[in-house]
Design a protein around this ligand. Structure first.
Ligand code: ADP
Ligand code: MG
Length: 723
């Protein structure tokens, strides 16, 4: 099959396939967490003492003894086998951002050769995957490759059901023989505990008598595209790079805003219900679903949970979205920019910190101006964004997200913080040294008798801000859709810990000379705002004026990953992570190495695809068309009719331009001998990317003129609009 024959076949398949039958969703009480080894199930299965010990660990992060681990392991195995699982797997989260699993059977044979099952505490606590192939920076050389996985009792074990059987999955950390973190979970757990230590100090100074362990919370909104797999399978770029490297804009894109919050297409709704049903079984509280701005784009958002659990659940949610899409004949694209010219996908990470005694410390309540704890924690975030903006940019830096940030659809690559008019007003007053009453939201009364008046928020929203206060939490909006939420959570918790440490130091000094807590707090916050207030910005983050002003304020604009990642090596960032105990200098350096390597590899794979697809698909189609035009022109002349050859000339020009760009790209890819990763990244960000764009310019121009029946790739129009 050539050209549009395969495309036509795909359209035929899609329009003639039977839609999956709509299964009525089961009632929640029948599905909720049925595949999770929850505390409730543990309470039923464990002795009173063992359960008490586990519960304490889950709630406070305290240690668990070996005897209890044995008891939990036995109960876990019985439960898992009753659900049909013969295998268990430690699940861990290497620096690639993916989830990793290694399955082992419960089976062993006894001395008589009989098969029995065994799962001891030591198997639960520790695994030793031969994980030497995971990227680990320079922490492990292959001849010293031992790595361990170790059970994290604070994230519940669950059963992964597939058509081929069930597996007991145990969330774990992943560390080297020398005890360094090789994963994303260890630093997240450490960042939580650093934040807790620092918060305890501040709250005690504020006169709080009882302060239980603080934890961070996360609710992540996941955007994604669904494309029929008949089309995706015809696009090597979608299969290997997750995004289209070519594709002319269709006549209609998203300009009518008619997809956003529109009626969900029936086939997609069936898919969503299937996903949600699986998520509910896994104890993941999927709560919101809707069409997103771009055609073919959707969103799912679970209700927020403790950050460590939310992060594991987020990984699982991405797996379920992708696997279920296959079942429904879709490909689920989580790339940050699968299609040029229409919106890309992000993952808004909503984050707050709190505990059972003080509640959510980012909740201003009804009188924020007198809520000193809130003002201190909110101030701590402002200081964090100001001091560590480049770090926040670095933790969302990927080859994919670079396409999205700074485009006119997503936050700019400058990190600032939006507070909303009410809270911004309060901090302005603090800066000016006086604190009066705050603006209140008031009532929304439309004057329509049938519409009940409702309480209005005290501040509007700002979707152009990368980091926005949204009422009782901060929303980090610049995170990429394909990313693990862990990096951003670690950065936020750690910068908060650092700021709270600074605050407690300052408070202590103030309180010595000033016994009035309110006056002392305001004095500390005034100093904080004088030093860090420049990070607060409530205007239009997309505007070019802001880009200029931000730089004048001393904020960094870091458009590419190549610009942002080197900040992981910044002295202040190193000090931040080592002083809080979240990442040692070696662990931090290994992250820089892994992420920069991934960036380079991603762009190189894309460049190779550009070369390959141009030579094997686009060039043949365009020259075939040129031959057709030439034959038509000759035949017409023979008849004494002259036809305008400008189309043919344009095709020839683009073919030549395209092949010249491809040759330059090949030469650029062959270059080596870079002095540093930094230089190599810059070369990818600038030279390779712009040669890819140059090639694409010609290819997309050809798509606009070459006869449709010769064009080899499914078009944007087909992929985005045919379901
Ligand atoms: P929107 O699109 O309006 O920002 P959504 O309802 O789509 O809001 O998603 C908001 C996310 O924020 C949800 O996951 C929600 O559970 C989460 N969230 C709400 N309150 C908090 C909080 N205090 N801390 C962390 N996340 C929160
Ligand atoms: Mg949101």
């Amino acid at each position: 099959m050539s050209g549009s024959e395969s495309r036509a076949q795909a359209v035929f398949q899609i329009t003639n396939s039977e839609p999956m039958s709509v299964k009525k969703p089961k009632s929640l009480d029948k599905t909720w967490a049925t595949d999770v080894f929850t505390l409730v199930k543990m309470e039923e299965a464990l002795s009173k003492n063992a359960f008490k010990a586990v519960k304490k660990t889950v709630e406070t992060g305290g240690a668990l003894d070996a005897g209890t681990a044995d008891i939990v392991a036995a109960a876990m195995k019985d439960w898992a086998m009753s659900k049909g699982a013969n295998y268990f797997s430690h699940i861990f989260y290497p620096m690639t951002g993916a989830s990793a699993e290694k399955h082992d059977g419960f089976i062993i044979s006894d001395s008589t050769g009989k098969a029995i099952t065994e799962f001891t505490g030591s198997l639960l606590i520790k695994g030793e995957p031969d994980g030497s192939s995971f990227p680990n920076g320079s922490i492990r050389v292959t001849n010293a490759a031992r790595g361990y996985t170790a059970w994290d009792p604070t994230s519940p074990a669950y059963i992964m059901q597939t058509d081929n059987g069930a597996t007991l999955c145990i969330p774990c950390i992943f560390i080297s023989w020398s005890g360094e973190s090789l994963d994303k979970k260890v630093p997240l757990l450490r960042s939580n505990s650093a934040m807790n230590d620092a918060a305890q100090k501040v709250l005690k100074l504020m006169g709080e008598q009882k302060v239980t362990t603080l934890n961070s919370s996360c609710g992540a909104e996941q955007e994604y595209f669904l494309i029929d797999s008949n089309f995706a399978n015809l696009r090597p770029d979608l299969l290997l790079a997750g995004r289209t490297l070519f594709g002319a804009a269709p006549a209609k894109g998203q300009e009518f805003d008619d997809h956003y919050f529109g009626a969900i297409p029936p086939r997609v709704q069936v898919y969503m219900q299937d996903v949600e049903n699986q998520l509910y079984r896994l104890g993941i509280p999927a709560k919101t679903r809707h069409n997103e701005v771009a055609p073919g784009q959707f969103e799912i958002a679970p209700y927020y949970e403790a950050a460590n659990v939310a992060a594991d659940h987020q990984q699982l949610l991405m797996t379920v979205l992708k696997n279920t899409a296959k079942k429904h004949g879709f490909v689920c694209l989580m790339h940050e920019k699968p299609f040029a010219g229409i919106n890309g996908s992000g993952k808004h990470v909503n984050w707050s910190v709190g505990n059972s005694t003080q509640g959510n410390l980012l909740d201003p309540g009804t009188t924020p101006h007198s809520n000193l704890n809130f003002l201190l924690f909110c101030g701590a975030v402002i200081r964090g964004v100001n001091k560590f903006g480049p770090l926040l940019r670095a933790v969302i830096a990927t080859a994919g997200n670079d396409h999205r940030l700074g485009a006119n659809e997503a936050p700019p690559a400058i990190l600032s913080v939006y507070l909303g008019s009410q809270i911004e007003g309060i901090f302005d007053q603090i800066k000016a040294g006086k604190l009066d009453n705050a603006d209140e939201g008031g009532l929304m009364d439309m004057g329509l008798s049938q519409i009940m008046p409702f309480a209005k928020d005290a501040g509007d929203r700002n979707r152009t801000s990368p980091f926005a206060f949204t009422g009782n939490r901060f929303e980090f909006r610049a995170v990429g859709s394909d990313q693990s939420v862990t990096g951003p959570l670690i950065a936020m918790n750690t910068m908060l810990a650092d700021s709270l440490n600074w605050i407690s130091g300052e408070l202590e000094i103030e309180l010595k000379s000033n016994s009035d807590t309110t006056a002392a707090t305001i004095a500390v916050l005034k100093k904080l705002m004088n030093e860090n207030g420049q990070a607060v910005f409530g205007g239009d983050g997309y505007s070019s004026e802001w880009h200029k002003e931000a730089v004048e304020r001393g904020l960094k604009n870091l458009p590419t990953t190549a610009d942002a990642l080197p900040y992981l090596r910044d002295a202040a960032v190193k000090e931040l992570f080592s002083s809080t105990g979240v990442l040692s200098p070696i662990e931090l350096e290994s992250r820089y190495e892994v992420y920069s390597e991934q960036y380079i590899l991603t762009i190189e794979v894309e460049a190779k695809l550009v070369i390959n697809m141009t030579k094997t698909s686009i060039y043949p189609a365009a020259t075939r068309y040129l031959t057709d035009l030439a034959m038509a022109s000759t035949a017409a002349s023979e008849m004494g009719v002259e036809i305008d050859n400008s189309i043919a000339a344009g095709v020839a020009e683009n073919i030549n331009g395209m092949m010249t760009a491809v040759k330059k790209l090949e030469d650029a890819l062959a270059k080596d001998g870079y002095k540093s990763e930094e230089e190599h990244m810059q070369f990818c960000a600038n030279t390779i990317r712009s040669l890819m764009d140059e090639t694409r310019g010609h290819v997309d121009a050809l798509e606009g003129v070459v006869a449709d029946d010769l064009w080899p790739l499914p078009t944007y129009q087909e992929m985005l609009y045919i379901k």
